[in-house]
Design a binder for this molecule. Sequence first.
Ligand code: 5AD
Ligand code: SF4
Length: 442
Amino acid sequence: MKTFYIETFGCQMNAHDSEKVVGTLLERGYSQVDEPAGAELILYNTCSIRDKAEQKVFNRLQSFKKEAGKGKIFGVLGCVAQQEGEKIFERAPHVSLVAGSASYTRLPELLVQLESGNRRVTGLSLDTNETFDTPYTRRDNPHRAYITIIEGCDKACAYCVVPFTRGPERSRTRESVLREAESLAELGYSEIQLLGQNVNSYRDPSDAGFDFAKLLSAVGNVPGMRRVRFTTSHPRDFVKEIIDAIDEQPELCNHVHLPVQSGSTAVLERMQRQYTRDDYMRRIEWMKKANRDIAITTDIIVGFPGETEKDFEETVRLIEEVEYDAMFIFKYSKRPNTPALAYQDHIPEEEKTRRFLILQERQRAIQLRRNAKYVGTTEEVHIEGYNLATGQWIGRTSQNKTLNFTDPELPAPKDGETLVGRYAQVLVTRAGPNSLAGERAA
Ligand code: 5AD
Ligand code: SF4
């Protein structure tokens, strides 16, 4: 029996890719182990979105250098693999497999090469129109599942490696997406997250009129489906029909993650984002005017080359105006191949940190304010777990907020009595900046 260990870095696309890679390996007769020590094949599914993420894999490989040659095989998958390619063999000579996500359809073939003793196996072509559809996905969570609807990215944001690491945009047919959603519903999954680097540019390759908003509704209509989420969105391709669909269909979660990156039109232009601050705010207005209370979250980059104090202040103003429910803030990080590398006026690290901290503090106050509005309301949660330390069940609202709650009738999970995967109505009694707390309603 061949054994493997896999560690995954990066975004949900990577997490889901790993689920497919694991399924493919199990299908080939491998068994998965939890520690690299016990594995013959050690895989890292890597992320290169920022420099720190990229360093992680080389640190890992370094720590295992001595193990090489003792019957262990190392593989680097994902975005660092695609970005660095065969250079990885020079930097870490004990690596035998280097493959980017656009080559995973070839994984069975690459494994055969590895198994027959080939010590330099690569899958690095980005010239593909295929998506990694596999019946062997091994899902980590029995209640909530990912479905990839579109892979790759055709945008050219000046800071971003993804177009270089994940290849050109390619959508799956609606037939194959819906078939997967239906079979997941049959297996008992009630929550689905549709994934893509830019889900909004989804088009059924066999029917160009069938766009993302239509797919979203169709997945929501799959019998048994109770919650449908999606990530991630590009504002340029985000159309009003998506909000209309959410408004009409309770199965579609009332949460939209819409990365703005900056509140300054001048910076957005240098980022090659293809929208202005006003374009973005128009989309926010659609959401604020919707009948449902749609939670809005975002990503922001501080310290993009040339970002002036005035530009930064516009970002601060924008977050106060939108009142986001949650936000990921990143300090700009130089990435290979990207247009922004050649820009002048790079911002000093201390200044990036200063801007980061200002945003973080402002956002904390906004979240506290936003969350306080839910005190006294009853929210439906999907139950995700139980926290022994606090004696609370862990739930998630449709808006993607964590709502921890107590249940007088079920103080702790007993054998066979776990509520995980079920839904409950919870009365919100307290609000913090990052979560809500409450009590199960009768
Ligand atoms: N530097 C900092 N943040 C980045 N992101 C993408 N590329 C970079 C970079 N070079 C952020 C963006 C994106 C999120 C996933 O990561 O905000 O939305
Ligand atoms: Fe990281 Fe981006 Fe690759 Fe996801 S797509 S793993 S965030 S570099």
